[in-house]
Design a protein around this ligand. Structure first.
Ligand code: PLP
Length: 475
């Protein structure tokens, strides 16, 4: 265990700045010492006091291969000793070329996939949007600057990526945003305005995309960007036909289809890429996170040759875009080692089987609980939606619920995400190699917390009441 100097708490409160985090909470003298995570192994992490946690969020949907992978660390170190930096504006690095070839081998786009490397998910989305607009212009469509994305979806925080976000809480306050970002309803069976109460999906959410394209004018739309399985709102899996309909709409109207695979990619949903599950081939794929399992920052934009080839030709034809640390050689070396592990240990397939197992166990443990409305997801990308009452799907709008839940999980040794960007959900996305023992423990802790929630809300009798009832019954 690494010793943590006690002055670190003060430095954290005064000098550090976490993302999407109220640092003011750390400043008060009564604030509890902040948990500093200092070590990880497999699917477990430890804090500065030696407390162990199961990391059921893989850091932030990143650590697909699990913690403590010497192979990835060695690849990083070896590359840094060989050459620490190569300018992406002038030269390729060896690992960058090798990674582009590896991605072309596994990419749904096929062996002619061309990869543009950046440093993370927001930059990947930013790059894909610029690429789509530049491509449309090259083909003579100067008015195709608009984008379509889904409400509630998260695509990152840089201005372009922020504009395609569907989360008003994140977008508001930074306007004016990039013009032309339009949004459509999300295909959310459990809460669909059109068909949640019907036995079958009516496909209306895909019709809405078509209607918006017609309303705006197809000649104004550059791209549609969507996650195959949407994280924000809680592992929202679209109806089987939805992604194919989006592909057809794009084809019919000359719109580029961008699949945002920042979370879904690299095994998370039980396939190399999320779109594999829906049998569609997008024009552009954005990825990050699991590409290195979080061992180094990296993002990538995978592009169809028909799109990338538009930028071949003379000096004036090139893509006018670049980022100093994009495709850093050490990050590419880490990605190569990570992809080798994912492949050798068949972790995408394991995510599918372990995801099915977890889903079954969760349903058996809390599927009938009055405050659990829905358990959904794909592979090891799972969400439990919390409700006031099961029968009416009534959302659970309880003050401070997210903070309470996070604290309850942490006390029991589980890190996961309680999220209420739409209706309250518990998000689970452990490393793809999580052992059975940890998966069972995860289910037990989730069940324990759900029962504690039931007691807190009065939807479930307290143990004292159960014992009393049993005593009365026995008497
Ligand atoms: C689907 C999706 N796209 C883009 C991003 C932005 O990635 P980053 O945080 O690496 O910039 C995220 C981040 O969580 C994401 O989930």
């Amino acid at each position: 265990m690494l010793p943590v100097d006690p002055t670190m708490q003060q430095a954290f409160a005064e000098n550090a700045w976490l993302h999407f985090f109220q640092m003011g909470h750390t400043a008060s003298t009564s604030a509890r010492p902040t948990t500093i995570l200092v070590r990880g192994e497999g699917s477990r992490v430890w804090d500065q006091n030696g407390n162990a946690y199961i990391d059921a969020l893989s850091g932030l949907f990143c650590v697909n291969a699990g913690y403590g992978r010497r192979e990835i660390v060695d690849a990083l170190a070896a590359q840094l000793m060989d050459i620490a930096f190569v300018s992406p504006f002038s030269f390729p690095s060896l690992p960058q070329i090798q990674l582009a070839a590896e991605l072309a081998r596994i990419s749904p786009i096929g062996p002619k996939t061309r990869s543009f490397f950046v440093t993370g998910g927001s930059e990947a989305v930013e790059t894909a949007l610029k690429l789509a607009k530049a491509y449309q212009r090259k083909r003579g469509f100067h008015d195709r600057f608009k984008t379509i994305s889904r409400r509630v979806a998260y695509h990152g925080t840089t201005m372009g990526a922020l504009s395609v976000n569907g989360l008003s809480g994140i977008r508001n306050g930074f306007g004016p945003l990039v013009p032309g970002a339009r949004h459509v309803p999300l295909p959310h069976r459990y809460r669909c305005d059109y068909c949640a109460l019907h036995s079958q999906c009516a496909g209306t959410c895909a019709d809405e995309v078509e209607r918006l394209v017609e309303f705006e004018g197809p000649e104004t739309i550059a791209a549609i960007i969507m996650e195959p399985v949407q994280n924000s709102g809680g592992a929202i899996v679209p109806p089987p036909e939805y992604m194919r309909r989006i592909r057809q709409i794009c084809d019919r109207h000359g719109i580029l289809m961008i699949a945002d695979e920042v979370i879904c990619g690299f095994g998370r949903v039980g396939h190399w890429f999320g779109v594999n599950a829906f049998d569609v081939v997008p024009d552009i794929i954005t990825c990050a996170k699991g590409i290195t399992s979080g061992y180094a920052p990296l993002g990538a934009v995978l592009v169809r040759p028909e799109v990338a080839d538009e930028f071949l030709g003379g000096e004036a034809d090139k893509f006018m875009h670049g980022i100093t640390f994009g495709g850093h050689p050490a990050s590419c070396a880490a990605a190569l080692a990570n992809l080798a592990i994912l492949e050798r240990e068949q972790l995408p397939a394991r995510a599918a089987t372990m995801g099915d197992y977890l889903m079954r166990e969760l349903r058996a443990a809390v599927g009938e609980h009055p405050n659990v409305g829905d358990i959904r997801g794909m592979g090891l990308f799972i969400a439990l939606e919390l409700v006031r009452d099961r029968a009416g799907h009534q959302p659970l709008d309880e003050p401070n619920l997210m903070a309470w839940l996070s604290d309850q999980f942490k006390r029991r040794g589980l890190i996961c995400r309680a999220d209420d960007r739409l209706d309250p959900v518990i998000q689970l996305a452990p490393p793809l190699n999580i052992p059975h023992e940890d998966a069972d423990k995860l289910v037990a802790i989730v069940a324990d917390v759900i029962h504690a929630l039931g007691r807190k809300l009065g939807t479930q009798p307290t143990m004292a009441a159960v014992k009393l009832a049993q005593a009365v019954g026995a008497g």
